[in-house]
Design a protein around this ligand. Structure first.
Ligand code: SAH
Length: 323
């Protein structure tokens, strides 16, 4: 990446992120082992089966609420290793009529994750894959769009005093720098790709419901300042400019902007959402039949997902209703 910017000249933070994530030669998603203990970061469905099970209960409840329509389309944006979808379908199997009504579309850009998803979900022949939400056919009786830790990975623009922040190469230090450097408190961010995808998702919900879960905040634009771009490599934070193409890049999702696009919606922290769906009751049931080792991983997993000092407060849930 450094060589590319040195030869081609400065590029915006957004362009740099697009190259660092998706470029066929040096894109992070093209070459790396991204998720899981052997990858760079871990996500809620990988922490505990309880997460996918709660989302399965949510999907089934939504489908029942509209009278169990015969054609149900479940779309997942960025399914990672396919764990969340697998947990949803495993629970869905127990609900009469649910799987029979279902088509599943996975939207995935990363070739190695796509292969993992195909392996994880091979027992379900009704799952299809697409590179972008634009390509996913519409037309089911009811559509559910799910996105867990998807929006935080999309490239952002940054502005310092109205000027777009770029990344450029400096000969003197033989390194990449941000230009203008910007004081972290003076930086404003926007994520055009998130808004674009959100609009397409809303069109897909005709009728339908959406569920977006991510770390982020609901701060209105007047008071939303700061550089939230971060890089993570093998579970540790690293410097963004030193790790372009090698590390996972993410930012705090601006839920305020996404909510403005949604008609009827509910917004709450992940902890509340999972508690209301009955995560404690489900945990109790599983504990009754678990081995000592499983008990440990079930309780630590549930605590991580729900506790306000862990993911319970930092992660937010946006439910969108177009029924
Ligand atoms: N939802 C999963 C994975 C989250 S990581 C989980 O919770 O475990 C982000 C996922 O989005 C990965 O699968 C990544 O490859 C995918 N992704 C990132 N940008 C994308 C894009 N522009 N289009 C499609 N998929 C994308």
């Amino acid at each position: 990446m450094q060589e590319h910017i040195r030869t081609c000249g400065p590029i915006t933070v957004e362009q740099a992120q697009k190259l660092a994530l998706y470029h066929h030669e040096f894109g992070y998603y093209v070459h790396n082992n991204v998720i899981g203990s052997g990858g760079d970061f871990i996500t809620a469905p990988e922490i505990s089966q309880l997460f996918g099970e709660m989302l399965a209960f949510w999907c089934i409840a939504q489908w029942q609420e509209v009278g169990c329509p015969e054609s149900l389309h479940l779309i997942e944006l960025g399914p990672g290793r396919g764990t969340l979808m697998h947990d949803i379908l495993r629970i869905g199997e127990r609900q009469q009529g649910f799987l029979e009504s279902l088509t599943v579309s996975c939207v995935e850009i990363c070739p190695s994750l796509l292969i993992q998803q195909m392996q994880t979900l091979e027992e379900y022949p009704f799952v299809c894959w697409y590179k972008s939400l634009n390509e996913v056919p519409a037309g089911a009786d009811f559509t559910i769009v799910l996105a867990n830790e998807f929006f935080d990975t999309l490239p952002i623009r940054q502005f310092v005093g109205g000027q777009e922040r770029q990344i450029r190469y400096t000969d003197m230090e033989n390194t990449l720098i941000f230009s203008p450097p910007g004081n972290p408190n003076s930086i404003k961010e926007s994520c055009p790709m998130a808004e674009e995808i959100m609009k397409i998702a809303l069109e897909q919900l005709s009728p339908g419901v959406g569920l977006i879960i991510d770390y982020g905040d609901d701060t209105p634009p007047e008071s939303r300042f700061g550089d939230t771009l971060q890089a993570v490599f093998q579970h540790k934070p690293v410097k963004v400019l030193e790790s372009l193409g090698f590390a996972d890049l993410s930012h705090q999702v601006d839920f305020h902007s996404l909510r403005r696009l949604c008609p009827n919606h509910r917004f709450q922290p992940q902890g509340n959402f999972l508690l209301k769906l009955g995560i404690e009751q489900r945990l109790e049931k599983l504990m009754a039949i678990a081995t000592a080792e499983q008990k440990f991983s079930l309780t630590t997993g549930a605590t991580r997902l729900v506790s306000p000092t862990e993911m319970g407060q930092k992660f937010k849930v946006l439910e969108i209703f177009k029924r």
